[in-house]
Design a protein around this ligand. Structure first.
Ligand SMILES: CC(=O)N[C@H]1[C@@H](OP(=O)(O)OP(=O)(O)OC[C@H]2O[C@@H](n3ccc(=O)[nH]c3=O)[C@H](O)[C@@H]2O)O[C@H](CO)[C@@H](O)[C@@H]1O[C@H](C)C(=O)N[C@@H](C)C(=O)N[C@H](CCC(=O)O)C(=O)O
Ligand SMILES: Nc1ncnc2c1ncn2[C@@H]1O[C@H](COP(=O)(O)OP(=O)(O)OP(=O)(O)O)[C@@H](O)[C@H]1O
Ligand SMILES: N[C@H](CCC[C@H](N)C(=O)O)C(=O)O
Ligand SMILES: [Mg+2]
Length: 487
């Protein structure tokens, strides 16, 4: 079957060429492609129309009149949405059941939990997000089909990946909806059965400007992306829960609220155990006693949202709660690395926001008989206003704070560290991350706990536009004198 431009943009067209692909990047255009000329945040895609046509573009999607072109031009007010819908129409197939999750922190954890629960219930499943795309086959090993990249990929990549997953027999997909991704319409072509909301705390103000605009981006998942009749799974313990519940109600969705204040999946009790935690959950009047093999109250919050999404996706609730007992944490999220030569435990975690740091340090405190040591930093070319707040939180909640570099990107690393230090005047300041990790490990004794925060699974340190290989787990294990990190 050959698709015409009119099939993609759903309009009657006099000039209706066959379309062979859809992209917003002129460098990816091949003969017969539809090129979407998106005015971006750094360059104006309209600049690349001549190059795209030279490369063989058969049609152009543009925001306004771009003047006499030799190929048909389709205009759209909401161009990014039109681009996402055209890509979805081009690629066609999607896994039968897609669920999405948003929140400042915890999206990757929830997406990987959903993938595991779906697989435990016998479905070929996948997750898409910060860690890339991973498929779980109930009868075989996991398969990673794309490496880590954007949390929510470009709309054409999303459409192609969904078609690839459906082709591979994946029936259940959980995807991360970043605020950038929702705002830039990267998910507008995805047919969602359910959507989850975790929390809204400070991050990304460089992009959104204010918390109100940031919140509006996340609300759009419920206002626009999740259809009427879909299920909204909402963490009732978040202070922003009322706004998300109101949006879901307004949009005609069923709500499953979760957490201590939840009425859908309610956490009636939580007990710390050496293996993780024991949860008493109430769902539809039934009580479930769940041994969650993960540390940290935040992982219980994430597990409940994942459970709600899987129930909304049609999985038998009893099977969902049993599956929680087999969950593995996402790599680099409160991942235990090992024990120091003179005792103490070291963890790698991905906390890179004020609330993430506060949450992980509070989660580790009950496991710390001695001192709590934190190595952390803040990313360059990202929200600057979060830096001193992150410093203040670590200075308050850890016993030893060591500020180091975390992807300074194009910024001066020492200037970023100084901004973090504004909130943590007494913290040590060691720019070189390897040296900072070694200094922290050297402090460890029996009963102490170290968390190396901010990079989690990342495999590189980006300095002045160059990414140098760097892995917190490997570096921490080496500093501990271990050959391999223990899980
Ligand atoms: C600020 C931001 O989100 N930018 C993303 C956005 O870029 P943009 O639309 O502003 O693009 P631009 O660079 O101004 O270019 C405009 C247009 O010209 C096109 N172009 C450009 C050059 C050329 O030669 N030819 C050409 O056609 C581009 O493909 C684009 O369509 O769309 C691009 C394509 O999808 C993304 O690669 C790019 O991500 C940049 C690299 C990025 O770093 N994004 C981060 C901040 C991000 O999106 N993070 C979120 C959140 C993570 C979290 O939750 O913490 C994520 O989902 O990963
Ligand atoms: N529910 C939660 N509440 C607060 N903090 C959390 C929660 N879940 C995870 N965290 C913290 O945030 C870190 C990142 O978790 P995760 O990768 O699951 O979040 P994310 O939303 O996918 O992040 P990103 O925005 O980079 O994609 C964890 O390592 C932990 O420190
Ligand atoms: N998705 C997040 C990841 C931040 C990870 C941290 N290591 C950093 O570089 O700031 C972002 O792009 O803001
Ligand atoms: Mg993520």
């Amino acid at each position: 079957m050959s698709l015409r431009l009119s099939d993609l943009v759903k309009r009657e067209l006099a000039d209706d060429p066959a379309i062979k692909g859809v992209t917003a990047d002129s460098r990816k255009v091949k003969p017969g492609y539809l090129f979407a000329a998106l005015p971006g945040s750094t360059v104006d895609g309209r600049k690349f129309i001549p190059g795209a046509i030279e490369a063989g573009a058969a049609a152009v999607l543009a925001p306004d009149d771009v003047g006499g072109l030799p190929v048909p031009v389709v205009h759209a007010g909401d161009l990014r949405r039109a681009y996402a819908l055209a890509a979805a129409n081009f690629w066609g197939r999607q896994p039968a059941v897609c669920v999405a999750v948003t929140g400042t922190n915890g999206k990757t954890s929830v997406a990987t939990f959903c993938r595991q629960i779906f697989a435990a219930a016998g479905h070929k499943s996948a997750s898409m997000g910060t860690l890339g795309v991973t498929i779980s086959d109930p009868c075989g090993p996991d398969e990673q089909i794309t490496p880590p990249g954007l949390t929510t990929p470009d709309a054409a990549d999303v459409a192609e990946l969904l078609a690839t997953l459906a082709e591979k027999g994946v029936t259940h997909l959980a995807l991360e909806a970043s605020s950038h991704g929702i705002d830039q319409r990267r998910l507008d072509g995805v047919k969602l059965a359910a959507a989850g909301y975790l929390n809204l705390t400070q991050d990304h103000l460089d992009y959104h400007g204010t918390m109100g605009v940031y919140r509006a981006a996340k609300l759009r998942l419920f206002e626009t992306l999740l259809p009427r009749g879909g299920t909204a799974v909402l963490n009732a313990d978040s202070d922003q829960f009322p706004a998300f519940a109101a949006a879901a109600t307004e949009a005609g969705q069923t709500i499953i609220s979760t957490g201590k204040a939840g009425e859908g999946v309610r956490m009636a009790d939580r007990l710390l155990t050496p293996e993780g935690q024991r949860l008493k959950l109430i769902y539809a009047g039934e009580e479930y006693d769940v041994r969650l093999p993960l540390a940290g109250g935040f992982q219980a919050d994430n597990a409940l949202v994942a459970a709600g999404l899987c129930i909304a996706a049609g999985i038998d609730p009893a099977a969902v709660f049993i599956a929680l007992e087999g969950l593995r944490g996402a790599p680099g999220r409160l991942q235990r690395v090992g024990t120091g030569r003179t005792g103490g435990e070291a963890y790698v975690d991905y906390a890179h926001t004020p609330d993430g740091l506060e949450t992980v340090l509070k989660a580790l405190r009950p496991h710390t008989l001695g001192k709590l040591v934190a190595v952390f930093g803040a990313g360059g070319d990202r929200d600057r206003t979060k830096r001193p707040i992150m410093g203040e939180i670590v200075a308050r909640l850890a016993d030893v704070a060591i500020i180091t570099d975390d992807n300074p990107r194009s910024e001066d690393p020492a200037a970023i560290r100084a901004q973090v230090q504004d909130g943590a005047p007494d913290a040590q300041n060691i720019g070189d991350r390897r040296e900072a990790i070694r200094a922290a490990v050297a402090l460890l004794n029996e009963g102490d706990v170290l968390v190396v925060a901010g990079k989690g699974h990342e495999q590189g340190q980006t300095i002045a536009g160059v990414t140098h290989p760097f892995d917190d787990v490997t570096e921490t294990a080496a500093a501990l004198g271990l050959e391999h990190a223990h899980g």
